[in-house]
Design a protein around this ligand. Sequence first.
Ligand SMILES: C[S@@+](CC[C@H](N)C(=O)[O-])C[C@H]1O[C@@H](n2cnc3c(N)ncnc32)[C@H](O)[C@@H]1O
Ligand SMILES: Nc1c(NC[C@H](O)[C@H](O)[C@H](O)CO)[nH]c(=O)[nH]c1=O
Ligand SMILES: N[C@@H](Cc1ccc(O)cc1)C(=O)O
Ligand code: SF4
Length: 486
Amino acid sequence: MSSGGSSGAGGSNGGGNGDGGGGANEFDFAAPATDQSFENALAKARDGARLTVDDATELLATGTASAGIDPVRKEAVLEAADRRRREAVGDEVTFVANLNNNVTTACNTGCLFCNFKDSAHAFEADSDVEHAGFTKTPTESREVVEDALDMGIYEVCSVSGLHPAFALNAEHHEILAAYDDPASEVNYKVPEEYATDPGTYVEQMRAMSVGGVHLHSMTPEEAYHASRGTDWEYEAVYRELAEAGLDSAPGTAAEILVDEVRDVICPGKIRTDDWVAAMEGAAAAGLDVTSTMMYGHVETVAHRAQHLKVIRDLQDRTGAITEFVPLSFIHQNTPLYRRGVVDSGPSRAEDELVVAVARLFLDNVDHVQASWVKSGDAHGLKLLNCGADDFMGTILSEEITSRAGGEYGEYRSFDDYVEMITAIGRTPVERSTDYRTRRRIDPDDGPHGPRLGPRADGTPMLPDRSSGGEGAAGDAAGTPPADADD
Ligand SMILES: C[S@@+](CC[C@H](N)C(=O)[O-])C[C@H]1O[C@@H](n2cnc3c(N)ncnc32)[C@H](O)[C@@H]1O
Ligand SMILES: Nc1c(NC[C@H](O)[C@H](O)[C@H](O)CO)[nH]c(=O)[nH]c1=O
Ligand SMILES: N[C@@H](Cc1ccc(O)cc1)C(=O)O
Ligand code: SF4
């Protein structure tokens, strides 16, 4: 219904922690207003009817007619979503034994929510600019994955900055180098200009696809970078990557899939249509994909609802999406916060409503993830009672959230997982990346370790923190790995 000029619960900017809502919306995004009432939207959700964008907007706002989140209405939405989760996927809570192996932090795209990246200039061979980032060669990437395979991982997840020397393959290097001014026209510089050559995307895929591990990599933004300056179709690019060992693609770079929001938070990134085209290309190449939404910065609840519709439509067309991953914006060290554009990330109430409405709206996506990296253990467990059924993975290494100021560490052991999941009365299940292979874990049969990885034998994972190996470096309290010698 009409919001009468209030910004309702939309947009965290200006609204303190978002719970109060009602702050001035400095981008003048229209205050959320719909032709639906909260009561009707909730009734439809309870009945299992397919929800509209207006329905989702009302549920996310606990009614747009008044500002702020109504705690009683919120509980009603969470209860409906928790019930839907139980009907759809039961009481199991899944997690994956995985490793994050990000290849490089060099990136000039300039997203204002991101503190993962370092200006690529600092990585040049003759630069004396200090930075805490890294670039790994394909050989180094392989070593990190090999070590983690010995610990029992099933999956390696790799997302990286858009290093100017990255190209898909040798032919792509030639095409990019032939531009008159490659740096300004196609964001390209030859590898010789840098202290460390990341190799090509194909070489990195070959290096990381070792020993039967599942390789989860190449976001739509990376696929764009791997085809910049050419007329190559996304499907062809993903096919070549798949031949080099890629198994599935992460649906990050989604942020909010509404261009007026992208114009504010990531003007250098591909637009919504292009993101969708890349995901369709990955699906056409036979790859599974995940889907994400990074929320709680400048967007309104209506933008969140529109984003969910883009994902649901994509899934109707492809059936390739294995999970939806809500990414709660971590604000502390980001340009958006430092420049005063936002006061904070989303509130816990907003996190809960995003998970719940994702479960209710995305009737064609089976799995919704709670992130202990973004939310911590206690709140992560709460999200498992709001519609989520997956609790991420062991990851062993974390650079995106920690560099943004997140404080929840970079590793959870199988024993941690079993203890937490059984504490909320659910069944812990080790999963494959695609969720098709699952192993229920008997809580009484500890100590627990992975069994699905190609080299897993049930031994608990013990990341070696003394070796300084980049994959498992850092400590569980969230200290980033030691700087690489770029
Ligand atoms: C850091 S990028 C790396 C991969 C690639 N450069 C890209 O943009 O797709 C991966 C994702 O991390 C998420 N991310 C980055 N900074 C974040 C922050 N401060 N809080 C929450 N998520 C963040 C964004 O959704 C982003 O798309
Ligand atoms: N939510 C976060 C994830 N999710 C990805 C999973 O770890 C896994 O790769 C995926 O479910 C496919 O199996 N990863 C992070 O590093 N940080 C998060 O906050
Ligand atoms: N690495 C991303 C999260 C992510 C990765 C892969 C996925 O398939 C989904 C989400 C982050 O920390 O923000
Ligand atoms: S989100 Fe990705 S593309 Fe954007 S600045 Fe960070 S690393 Fe670069």
